[in-house]
Design a binder for this molecule. Structure first.
Ligand code: NI
Length: 230
């Protein structure tokens, strides 16, 4: 009887990768497959299998998996190794708390340096979000929107951390926006945020962003409470 193919080999096509690009390509392929749901929670992600599929040593694979683990997309379980992490758990609210600290600082640094071009881009992304029906695209657009407003922050390390938080939200939005009915609320928040930034009102922009992210915490809390009751 033929052995059932592993989910990894079904979702990712095997190919020969150039060794110097292997880490980033493997990371990106896995990230995309986890985010769009084709590799569901709990799927085992084995180093040796990936190394064989892409014709590389285990070292770049291990590096890629480590990055994904840092982004909260993979979890290392005893005896099982790396598996696709659960979509949302209580520590997501902690991530949001940290995001408030990190993103308000990024916004504070960035707003005074933003140009009309940046605001126009933010507006464009909002318009796209209004008509977008595909929740997985929505997650990506939300990330683009926020980054458009933070992009002039001068602290690059801060921006790296900000990206990690936004990646987590992207993933969360992809799966749960529909269930939570968050779509419409968020565009009002986003518009007010751009308006305050355009006026150069840093304090107001920071206040609005804080409220926006607090609403996220509230939505996640309600969602998890409801799931617990089931
Ligand atoms: Ni948002």
């Amino acid at each position: 009887m033929p052995r059932k193919p592993s989910p990894l080999s079904v979702v990712l096509a095997a190919e020969q990768l150039p060794p110097h690009l292997a880490r980033s390509i493997i990371e990106e392929k896995l990230r995309a497959a986890i985010l769009d749901g084709s590799l569901p929670t709990g799927t085992a992600v084995r180093q040796q299998e990936l190394a064989t599929m892409f014709g590389v040593s285990r070292m770049p694979v291990r590096e890629a998996l480590r990055q994904l683990e840092a982004q909260g997309l993979l979890a290392v379980e005893q005896h099982k190794g790396a598996v696709v992490a659960p979509l949302i758990t209580w520590d997501a609210t902690e991530t949001y708390e940290l995001r408030i600290l990190l993103e308000t600082e990024a916004l504070r640094q960035s707003v005074p340096a933003l140009t009309e071009e940046d605001f126009n881009e933010a507006d464009r992304v909002i318009d796209q979000m209004v008509t977008e029906k595909n929740y997985s695209v929505m997650g990506e657009l939300n990330k683009q929107f926020h980054l458009a407003l933070y992009r002039k922050a001068h602290n690059r390390r801060l921006m790296t951390l900000v990206s990690v938080g936004l990646d987590e939200e992207e993933r969360f939005l992809r799966f749960n926006l529909e269930a939570m009915g968050l779509g419409e609320v968020s565009q009002d928040d986003h518009r007010e945020l751009v308006a305050a930034a355009r006026e150069g009102n840093v304090d107001l922009a920071v206040e609005l962003l804080t409220q926006h992210l607090r609403r996220g915490i509230q939505a996640i809390t309600e969602y998890l409470e409801k799931k617990r009751e089931k």
